[in-house]
Design a protein around this ligand. Structure first.
Ligand code: AMP
Ligand code: ZN
Length: 493
């Protein structure tokens, strides 16, 4: 009985070799077969937002990547324990532990309390996540300031083991004592150690050493500080992830994610301090997403080129269209954001939703096996979402299969893609088709109205206007065909 039970509930990839799951591991720089530490269960930690401001659409690439990863793991039958940190202290303006705490700085600039900024930014983060269809009811979101004792205990252990030293501004980790320091992403440690550049803090023993605990400066007037065995201060940014991962997920993680900017410093530091505490390998698979760029520059709050989810809404673009746009690129490729690319995604997603609602009816048939096999293979190939999405378009044009089966297949794929088919028949498809929030019925009415306007323009011999309206109709997925009774609308371009 026990055997039968465990056989039935084994994850797909162990049961069926064709469904093997592969991830590109930044650590080995190779695509590797995924094998969890504990069969059927995955422990995953995702680096989350620093809540000194609202997260921008680049940050959300990182979070949506984590969402898709969680969905892919669940699709493969795994139970996922997921933790994403909320950084509300200690992240300095430079990753090299110099500069000011981003939260204290922001509070001073806007004349507000840190607590207020954290509350507002965290709320927007969760609201935006929801509008992007990231369903994270099972996920834990620990805040760094709620785990100060754990962070202090972590530093104490490092101190006892001889990995730390004190200088005038804090307690530091001595990276020369950790043999494999910098292995993730193959950071050129020797180059750094030889001091190619002047060390930013001359008191540090090695340029790569990082702060575990920083002391409050005499006249700093910090809003957030705590007593510790070493003096009043606050934890270093890298420390929170290690301490909270250890507390909430245990000594070893299956997966750890973040954006590529975290590889050289933040994640190497996490590895060094955690492995020095536990004496074991910290993470089996490191996965990193590439950047979203604008005009060749990374979107970043400090460059002032940020676009926020609310900016999409202002332009009448649903966050779901942004999610769809993200799916059409691989998470490891750099992508350039343009409004016209997003408009294209909006039109494509609108067409899929309209097809789902208007053509596929209300009854579910069976998931189409041939398509599902391919879908599963694509998503299991290091989350190849562009190929997975293209299957939706193939299914749409396939005349050999029934609408009921197409519907069931769309819903099945949406378990991973999360682009809203599950909600599509209940709710309005927010903003996919126009300036304001309109339902699909309203969208169809709008196209008909445009046809009437075009007919009037033609009667007035206003050919320029008539052509313009034809293009607008075409961008909504319809073409105008003239038959004996006059012009009529047909779906397609
Ligand atoms: P932060 O709030 O700065 O701690 O960043 C949160 C997450 O967003 C991190 O995993 C970053 O690596 C990621 N990130 C920051 N900028 C971008 C960008 N332009 N494109 C993609 N990911 C980004
Ligand atoms: Zn982190």
């Amino acid at each position: 009985m026990q055997n039968l039970f465990s056989r039935l509930f084994k994850p797909y990839n162990e049961e069926a070799p064709g469904k093997a799951l592969y991830f590109f591991n930044t650590y080995s720089r190779e695509k590797e077969l995924f094998k969890p530490i504990k069969p059927g269960e995955v422990r995953m930690y995702n680096c989350g937002p620093t809540v000194y401001n609202y997260p921008h659409i680049g940050n959300f690439r990182s979070f949506i990547f984590a969402d898709v990863l969680r969905r892919v793991l669940a699709y493969n039958g795994y139970e996922v324990k997921q933790v994403m940190n909320i950084t509300d202290v200690g992240h300095l303006t430079s990753d090299a532990d110099e500069g000011e705490d981003k939260l204290e700085k922001r509070a001073r600039e806007v004349g507000s309390s840190v607590k207020d900024i954290v509350r507002k930014s965290t709320k927007v983060f969760f609201d935006n996540l929801k509008s992007l269809n990231a369903k994270w009811s099972q996920t834990e979101f620990p805040k760094a300031t709620d785990y100060i004792n754990e962070q202090i205990a972590f530093v104490k252990t490092l101190e006892e083991k001889g990995y730390t030293y004190e200088i005038s501004d804090g307690i530091y980790f001595d990276t020369s004592k950790f043999i494999n320091y910098g292995k993730l992403g193959n950071v050129d440690i020797e180059g750094l150690r030889e001091g190619a550049r002047v060390p930013e803090n001359p008191e540090k023993l090695n340029q790569t050493d990082f702060a575990l605990w920083k002391f409050s400066r005499p006249n700093e007037n910090r809003q957030q500080e705590w007593k510790s065995p070493w003096g009043v201060g606050f934890p270093g940014w890298h420390l929170e992830c290690s301490a909270m991962a250890l507390k909430l997920l245990g000594r070893k993680l299956d997966i750890h994610t973040g954006g590529i900017d975290h590889i050289p410093t933040h994640h190497n530091n996490e590895i060094a301090q955690t492995e020095s505490v536990t004496g074991e390998k910290f993470v089996r698979y490191w996965l990193h997403n590439e950047f979203i760029m604008i005009d060749g520059k990374r979107i970043s709050k400090s460059l002032g080129n940020s676009i926020y989810i609310r900016d999409l809404k202002k332009r009448g673009i649903s966050p779901l269209a942004y999610r769809y746009w993200l799916m059409t690129s691989h998470y490891r490729s750099k992508i350039n954001f343009t409004w016209s690319a997003l408009d294209g995604a909006k039109t494509a997603l609108f067409r899929l939703h309209r097809f789902f609602i208007e053509d596929l009816g209300r009854k579910n048939g069976n998931v189409l096996q041939a398509y599902q096999v391919k879908f599963h293979e694509y998503i299991n190939d290091d989350l190849d979402t562009p190929r997975a999405v293209s299957l939706l378009h193939d299914i749409m044009g396939d005349e050999t299969v029934s609408n009921e089966d197409k519907r069931a297949t769309f819903l099945n794929f949406d378990l991973v893609l999360g682009i809203g088919f599950g909600e599509s028949d209940k709710q309005l498809v927010e903003n996919l088709s126009g300036e304001k929030q309109i339902t699909l019925d309203e969208a169809t009415k709008k196209v008909q109205k445009l046809l009437e306007m075009r007919n009037r323009a033609r009667e007035d011999k206003n050919w320029v206007e008539a052509d313009r309206i034809r293009d607008e109709i075409s961008s909504m997925g319809y073409k105008i065909v003239d038959d004996r009774k006059g012009p009529k609308l047909v779906k397609g371009k």
